[in-house]
Design a protein around this ligand. Structure first.
Ligand code: ADP
Length: 258
């Protein structure tokens, strides 16, 4: 069990990164996974945001348990057809409000187990949601994954403060040799549900600016959608419920670029 054998049946491993919290990194990871599932793919979603695991809540899986088998941990599935397998530290906490206060070595050991000891079965994609910024957790993840990762999707909001944080992520990827698949600009305007007009709430163009500056492709822009935050709050499938909304269409086209 202490090899990358459990990743042997995994197609593409995609790491989702952001320069800071609150820009929609987990949202992009979750909605991308749901979009891939809606296109008939088998998907795994690994929540490595050890100090703020929000994936189980967003998928309505809070309180679920993972079980051990001889081959390792069995992930939690979102539905009986087992198209989306999820693993998160949240499944291992006794109480959902428990804080994870671990020092480096324990986090390192847990991430290693998450990468090596989960029985994913046959997957087309494994999406990995990471903590914000560049931390020891990221170093550990990349040390263990080595060349198994296809690359990283960097999530930002359009404002320049967020963009400057993403520049650090770009440097991190360059230094660690993790290929950057592209950038996603989240919360990119607000589409009025009545008139479909798009208002730019944040200053615009940050993602494009960074793309022009670095040559990294801008893979898409996801607008703010009140139904998206509502679905994630309630643990409902936004892609299934609002598949034709501008935000869902943006996620689908992001999916088609990776
Ligand atoms: P991060 O992982 O970067 O900390 P989250 O994905 O947890 O960010 O998003 C923070 C909050 O913003 C969540 O409540 C999420 O539902 C909401 N959110 C993220 N992106 C959007 C969007 N495009 N439209 C509406 N709400 C969004």
């Amino acid at each position: 069990m202490s090899s990358l054998n459990n990743l042997a049946s995994v197609g593409q491993v995609i790491v989702v990164l952001s320069g800071k919290g609150g820009v929609g990194k987990s949202t992009v990871a979750v909605q991308l996974a749901l979009s891939l599932v809606s296109s008939g793919k088998q998907v795994g979603l690994l929540d490595l945001d050890i100090c703020g695991p929000s994936v189980p809540h967003m998928l309505g899986l809070e309180g679920k348990d993972v079980h051990q088998s001889e081959q390792g941990w069995l992930p939690v599935y979102t539905s009986a057809d087992k198209n989306l397998a999820v693993m998160s530290i949240a499944f291992l906490l006794k109480n959902k409000n428990d804080a994870v206060i671990w020092r480096g070595p324990k986090k390192h050991a847990m991430i290693k187990q998450f990468i090596q000891d989960v029985c994913w079965d046959q997957l087309d994609y494994l999406i990995i949601d990471t903590p914000p910024g560049t931390s020891d957790e990221h170093m550990t993840l990349l040390e263990i994954l080595k060349e198994s990762a296809k690359g990283a999707v960097l999530v930002t909001t359009p404002n320049l403060v967020a963009i400057s944080d993403v520049r650090r992520e770009v440097t991190f990827c360059e230094k660690t040799g993790l290929k950057i698949i592209g950038l996603v600009e989240n919360m990119s305007g607000f589409v009025c549900p009545n008139c479909q007009d798009c208002s730019q709430i944040f200053p615009t163009g940050g993602g494009q600016l960074l793309a022009d500056e670095t040559g990294i492709p801008l893979l898409g822009k996801i607008p703010i959608d009140p139904n998206l935050v509502r679905c994630e709050d309630k643990g409902e499938n936004f892609i299934a419920a609002f598949g034709n909304s501008p935000a869902a269409l943006a996620v689908h086209s992001l999916r088609d670029t990776i």
